[in-house]
Design a protein. Structure first.
Ligand SMILES: [Zn+2]
Length: 272
């Protein structure tokens, strides 16, 4: 059985066929999906969806949504974490973090706003005793700095694509590293090297659906221009992504399933 530790199943990309995607996901052996919120407006929808589908969820404000986020949104997050503290399906604060890639988020003002929301949400995770799900994009060192200043009980560095040294620093702080579709590209040499060199005990699997399509769903700019839409990723792809990891490491896919599922439960204890 598989656990997809990061999928945005509430995204509009799934509006037309969400029930069917859910069926395909379970048929593929993915028994649980972690659905992280991205802003206060979808707190209720991720919770409702997780309950309806037998999945789990996280509540947080994603760095991409910090430019328009307000203190009121943080108050809403605090309130929701309190209100649902006994909900076994609420497993983390997330998706939170820092994005050092998107230019509009990296003006001095926007970066300060990202930092402010990151720190405030680490404090909430600390107060509520919850792990965090981190968005890491060209921001690993700054995220680590924040975690050292405001320690939390651990969590997941999602779509990890940093150095071995950064990976080890996250592991030392009680984190697991999320790997997904990016691993399926032959040219992802550095990421593949990392996925092989890390102890399997540090790895959790994720799809980040509907984003980060594995190579078998990816359409090139040329194909898109000719009218083929970009392939939509789904949690049902997780076992095939895991097979790539198993092949890279030269181990059985059954071992990958058992160990990464146990890792997910260690990172997000309420998954038990
Ligand atoms: Zn995400």
């Amino acid at each position: 059985m598989w656990i997809d530790t990061h999928c945005h199943l509430d995204a509009p990309e799934f509006d037309a066929d969400r029930a069917q995607v859910h069926e395909q996901t379970r048929a593929a052996g993915v028994s649980q999906c972690v659905i992280p919120a991205v802003h206060a407006a979808n707190f209720a929808s991720v919770r409702t969806l997780a309950h309806a589908q037998g999945d789990v969820y996280a509540l947080g404000i994603h760095p991409l949504y910090t430019p328009e986020a307000t203190a009121e949104d943080l108050a809403q997050l605090d309130h929701a974490l309190q209100e649902h503290r006994d909900d076994p399906r609420l497993v983390a604060v997330g998706e939170i973090g820092l994005d050092g890639f998107v230019p509009s988020l990296n003006t001095p003002q926007a970066w300060a706003q990202q930092q402010q929301f990151y720190t405030a949400q680490l404090r909430l995770a600390q107060q509520h005793g919850l792990p965090v799900i981190l968005h890491v994009r060209r921001s690993a060192d700054q995220l680590l700095k924040g975690l050292r200043a405001t320690p939390v009980v651990g969590g997941i560095a999602h779509a990890f694509n940093g150095s071995m040294q950064q990976a080890q620093a996250f592991i030392a702080l009680g984190f697991k590293l999320g790997f997904g579709g990016a691993l399926t590209y032959d040219r992802a040499l550095q990421l593949r090297r990392l996925a092989v060199a890390l102890p399997l005990s540090a790895i959790v699997l994720e799809t980040d659906a509907p984003d980060i399509p594995p190579h078998w769903l990816y359409t090139t700019a040329e194909q898109r221009q000719a009218g083929t839409p970009q392939g939509r990723n789904s949690p049902a792809e997780l076992p095939r992504i895991a097979q790539v990891l198993a092949d890279l490491r030269g181990i059985s896919v059954a071992e990958v399933a058992a160990v990464t599922s146990a890792n997910a439960r260690a990172a997000l204890p309420r998954l038990q």
